[in-house]
Design a protein around this ligand. Structure first.
Ligand SMILES: [Zn+2]
Length: 338
């Protein structure tokens, strides 16, 4: 028999609240209980969808990230947030909330910090995307340099994990020596969680700043979609690829572009951006170690810059095909190689 969580479990909530065993459910916001079932439903839908390759839903650990969603009876006060069945929760508001508050999602991360994400409607739709494009940039993402753009400008890969690794290793070793279920183990677990939190925060900060800069300076940003799942199988590179978190970076570019009416173009990953000479268009065989190579036509290329220019050219073709007027050109502005 197939159980649909949303259809079959939701009515059971009301029944469970009347029983002695699950009576405590009454003390909490009913919306957040229903939302948990909706989330479960979505998780199973994703799992059953063969296109998504999602794994079977897991039971959540009590120690990991926790969230609860509230959309009725929510309020944002000057120094607190209010959700149903609880008194005002003291909060530090980082920005002014404009418009009507639609929902509040409260989350608690592994290191025990609480956050409230507030969704509000300010009645302003997303800005229209610009039709004519005069500034565009191609980005090649990599390990040695996190991003190389089509103007030859390179952003170093900060390799956050590498820097935090020794510290993390020591703290995780200490955690593994603590008795399971003991007080000291919990203390040690919090120390490791804080260390990971710092690692994630520095990485996010770096990616937010870089993506903001790229979107603000250009009308179209063109990136290559990368198949990281396959690349992660390379054991020499996997750690560095996982540390770079390119997909998170592309996500940040996408929503920032959407917010400000700019274009983010994703070029197919089978497009041979590295091997093709951007000047004559012929393909050459180059290995992973060739950082600089010379094409048969006589031009010496920087590997990443050449790839970024090819990505830019391909992206501009795609934008033109979509009917945008493109005046940006796919050539090198500041030549770094000639
Ligand atoms: Zn060539």
């Amino acid at each position: 028999m197939c159980i649909k969580p949303k259809k079959d479990l939701k009515p059971l909530l009301a029944l469970a609240k009347r029983t002695r065993k699950y009576g405590w459910l009454k003390n909490f916001d009913s919306i957040s209980l229903q939302q948990a079932i909706i989330n479960l439903d979505k998780a199973f839908d994703n799992f059953l969808n063969p296109k998504l390759k999602t794994k079977h839903p897991k039971f959540k650990s009590r120690r990991g990230r926790q969230t609860s969603y509230h959309c009725i009876g929510v309020k944002v006060l000057s120094d607190a947030v209010k959700i149903p069945k609880l008194g005002p929760i003291k909060a530090k508001l980082h920005r002014e909330i404009k418009g009507k508050v639609k929902s509040i999602t409260i989350s608690c991360n592994a290191s025990g910090k609480f956050f409230a994400s507030i969704l509000s409607d300010d009645n302003q739709g997303t800005p229209e995307t610009c039709r004519s494009i005069d500034t565009a940039i191609g980005i090649d993402l990599g390990i040695l340099h996190f991003a190389t753009d089509s103007n030859g400008c390179k952003t170093d890969n900060p390799r956050f994990l590498l820097r935090a690794e020794r510290n993390l290793k020591r703290k995780m070793k200490a955690l593994s020596r603590k008795k399971v279920g003991g007080k000291n183990r919990n203390k040690s677990r919090l120390i490791v969680a804080k260390c990971y939190e710092k690692l994630t925060n520095t990485r996010e900060d770096f990616q937010h700043k870089l993506s903001r800069k790229l979107i603000d300076e250009n009308q179209a940003v063109i990136v290559e979609t990368l198949e990281t799942a396959n690349m992660l199988r390379n054991y020499r590179l996997s750690k560095h690829i996982a540390d770079a978190v390119w997909s998170g970076f592309i996500e940040k570019l996408a929503y920032k572009a959407n917010q400000s009416g700019k274009h983010l173009v994703k070029v197919d990953r089978f497009f041979a951006s590295t091997k093709t000479c951007h000047s004559c268009g012929k393909k050459s065989f180059i290995s992973l170690n060739d950082r600089v190579w010379t094409c048969n036509c006589g031009i010496t290329h920087d590997r990443d810059t050449n790839a970024a220019i090819n990505i830019l050219k391909q992206g501009l073709i795609m934008l033109k095909a979509e009917g945008h007027s493109v005046s940006a050109c796919g050539c090198l502005h500041k030549t770094s190689e000639s």
